[in-house]
Design a protein around this ligand. Sequence first.
Ligand SMILES: Cc1ncc(COP(=O)(O)O)c(C=O)c1O
Ligand SMILES: N[C@@H](CCCC[NH3+])C(=O)O
Length: 417
Amino acid sequence: MTAFDYQNGELHAEALPLSAIADQYGTPCFVYSRNAIEQAWLAWDQALAGTPHLVCYAVKANSNLAVLNLLARLGAGFDIVSVGELERVLAAGGQPSRIVFSGLGKTADEMRRALEVGIHCFNVESTAELERLQTVAAELNVKAPISLRVNPDVDAMTHPYISTGLKENKFGIDIAKAPEVYRRAAQMPNIRICGVDCHIGSQLTDDTPLIDALDRLLALIDQMAAEDIHIGHLDLGGGLGVTYRDEVPPTPAEYLGKVQNHLAGRDLTVLVEPGRSIVANAGVLLTRVNLLKPTEHKNFAIIDAAMNDLIRPALYSAWMGIDAVTPRTDFAPLQWDIVGPVCETGDFLGKDRELALAEGDLLAVRSAGAYGFVMSSNYNTRARAAEIMVDGQHSHLVRRRETISELFAGESLLPEV
Ligand SMILES: Cc1ncc(COP(=O)(O)O)c(C=O)c1O
Ligand SMILES: N[C@@H](CCCC[NH3+])C(=O)O
């Protein structure tokens, strides 16, 4: 059984009918399964048992405090990309010593805060960033632990907007240039070299490019060892894909089994930064059909969720599963475009979906646990949705719905003249 299954003709989150959640909290809302999140993290952690490792959950995928707290309780590490994510992890009880800081535009203030709390490692993406980190660490009289994020120039074979490991992408340091940056780092008094890192893209459904990147990183580690620069950890980033429709990505165990084979005999700690594969299929976006608008050309089902709640279809033409919470048998299905009320033609969550729909019906947009709420906005002055965590038969409101007045609370008028 998965986290979201039909029981007695109705879609449930664990043991709770989604209609009960809609009645209690209103729609649209994101609904997460505690069990699914925990099991997904454990699958990564257990696959690396026997190898020194740290599974650093990529906070950007879903940064709700309750999600982070569940993972912190399991002993997770965290991959962050901003001081905001750092503060979230700390607020959720995450251990600073298990945090890696990725991202190509870290500010001096962000570096300072991360050094003060004592994070595990900075994933450095440029020489300019390395120089800045040296300066900030010197001011604080500490040594900053670093790993260089190298760009291994492999084609991750995913959507171009989420591919990050090619020469033309903005991320990382060209692997050919990495040795000279390591040499420079080795001379800096307030920098301590601890690792090498890469992240080649997201939603990868084949692990071949990940393993190619791994081999390139191992060659770099050997090259540096020959120069007496010791690299103790290997951070492979995130990127493992999930099933949205019919993709069959490798499981963490399959992928990490190959990784371990390539590492045999080496004394390296392995870090990974999975995001999507931990939370995507642990969540749905629950929404209600507001109005039906059949036309001569197309049938539109206008729902109460929109692109501001879930931007993946608009941004990447991503296909997300959409299911009726209580599928109807009383009339025949039609083809519907499932659209939001936002004033953009791109505001759709699915096109040409065969569903039997009536006003007021509930729909669940699948796989919405990753890059869902975190990418939502207030476009069209729409309040962001509530987030609910289901734990067996219990539900918890882990983020309340925004109110309209909150949306302009920080704004002010010009004085009258
Ligand atoms: C540096 C880094 N690490 C980890 C991740 C998480 O990736 P995914 O959600 O594909 O596992 C990302 C996002 O793609 C990233 O940019
Ligand atoms: N936001 C993207 C993934 C980008 C990953 C960020 N490093 C998605 O929804 O698929």
